[in-house]
Design a binder for this molecule. Structure first.
Ligand SMILES: NC(=O)c1ccc[n+]([C@@H]2O[C@H](COP(=O)([O-])OP(=O)(O)OC[C@H]3O[C@@H](n4cnc5c(N)ncnc54)[C@H](OP(=O)(O)O)[C@@H]3O)[C@@H](O)[C@H]2O)c1
Length: 267
C-alpha cells in the first residue's frame, strides 16, 4: 500500500485494524492521534511502529483518514475536520450507527466510506462490511478494499443493510465468546477443571471455525454430519432447539439492529 493512513482514535477498534495492517505491511506509514491517553499512544508506537501525531498532522499528512472514535465523539471530530482541505482524501468511518448523511451534513462533497470491521482484524480475520458514499472514486474504492482485505474479508453492501450486517458480523465475535464462556462453565460444572474446559472449548471452536472455512458444506450440513440419530450430540442439540435457541439468537440480532437504529437517531 503506497499511501499514508491516519487514524483519528487509537482505541480497541483502531488498534485491532492497526495491528492487522502492520502484520500485513511492515512499511506502511501509519499516523495515529487520540484525545489524551498518552500511555496508550506510547504502547501503540512501541508495538506497531506507528507515528504518534497531533490531530492536525494526522489530517494533513494522511491520504486516507480512518475515524475510529466512539459514535458519540464523531460529531466533535467532524467539527474539527471542517477546518481542513479534504479534497482528494478518503475518509473511512468505522463508527457504528453513524450514517453517511451525518458526514455529508458537516463535510460537503467529501469522499466517505463506512466500514464495519470486527475485532478479529487483529488476527487478520475481520469480516468487514463496506458502504461507499456518493463522491468516492473507483480508485478510492480500491483503496478501501485493499485496507480491509489486508485484515480479513470484505463485503460491499448498500447502506440500508448496514445495521443487519452489524448484528451478524460487527458485534458477533462477542456472541461466540459468550457461547464459549457458557460451555466452559458447563464443563466445569460437569467435573472438568477450568483449565481443561477452556483448552477443550477453545480448540473445538477453532476447529469448527476451520471446518466452516475449509469445507464446502453449509453450517447446517456440517451439523447434520456430526449428529447421529439419538446420539449424544443429538441429545444436546435437542435441548438448544427445545429451549428456543433460534428465537433467542433472532431476538439478540434484532436488539442489535434496534440499538444501531437508536444510535442513528441520537446524531
Ligand atoms: N469494538 C468493536 O468490536 C467495534 C467493531 C466495529 C466498529 N466499532 C466502532 O469503532 C469505534 C471505536 O470503538 P472503540 O471500541 O475502539 O472505542 P475506544 O476504545 O473508546 O477508542 C476510542 C478512541 O478515540 C479517541 N478519541 C476520542 N475523541 C477523539 C478526538 N476528538 N480526536 C482524536 N481521538 C479521539 C480516544 O482517545 P483517548 O483514549 O485518548 O480518549 C480513543 O483512542 C466505535 O465508533 C465503534 O462503533 C467497534
Amino acid at each position: 500500500m503506497n499511501y499514508s493512513i491516519g487514524f483519528i482514535g487509537g482505541g480497541n477498534m483502531g488498534e485491532a485494524i492497526i495491528g492487522g495492517l502492520r502484520k500485513s505491511d511492515q512499511q506502511l506509514q501509519i499516523r495515529v492521534c487520540n484525545r489524551s491517553n498518552s500511555e496508550r499512544m506510547l504502547r501503540l508506537v512501541d508495538q506497531y511502529a506507528v507515528t504518534a501525531s497531533k490531530f492536525e498532522d494526522t489530517v494533513e499528512n494522511s491520504r486516507v483518514l480512518i475515524i475510529a472514535v466512539k459514535p458519540k465523539d464523531v460529531l466533535g471530530v467532524l467539527k474539527q475536520l471542517k477546518d481542513y482541505e479534504l479534497k482528494d482524501k478518503l475518509i473511512i468511518s468505522v463508527a457504528a450507527g453513524v450514517p453517511l448523511k451525518v458526514f455529508y451534513g458537516h463535510l460537503r462533497g467529501v469522499a466517505i466510506v463506512r466500514a464495519m470491521p470486527n475485532t478479529s482484524s487483529a488476527v487478520l480475520h475481520s469480516m468487514t462490511g463496506l458502504v461507499s458514499g456518493e463522491n468516492v472514486t473507483e480508485e478510492q474504492i480500491e483503496i478501501g478494499e485493499q485496507i480491509f482485505a489486508a485484515i480479513g474479508k470484505t463485503m460491499w453492501i448498500p447502506e440500508e443493510k448496514m445495521n443487519a450486517l452489524i448484528s451478524v458480523s460487527g458485534s458477533a465475535p462477542a456472541y461466540f465468546y459468550l457461547f464459549a464462556e457458557c460451555l466452559i462453565k458447563a464443563g466445569v460444572h460437569l467435573g472438568l477443571s477450568e483449565e481443561e474446559a477452556e483448552i477443550l472449548v477453545r480448540e473445538t471452536l477453532i476447529g469448527a471455525g476451520k471446518m466452516l472455512a475449509e469445507s464446502d458444506k453449509s453450517p447446517g450440513m456440517l451439523r447434520e454430519a456430526v449428529t447421529s440419530p439419538n446420539g449424544t450430540t443429538f441429545a444436546a442439540l435437542k435441548v438448544f432447539t427445545d429451549d428456543k435457541l433460534p428465537q433467542t439468537v433472532l431476538k439478540a440480532a434484532q436488539a442489535c439492529v434496534q440499538r444501531a437504529e437508536a444510535m442513528e437517531g441520537e446524531k
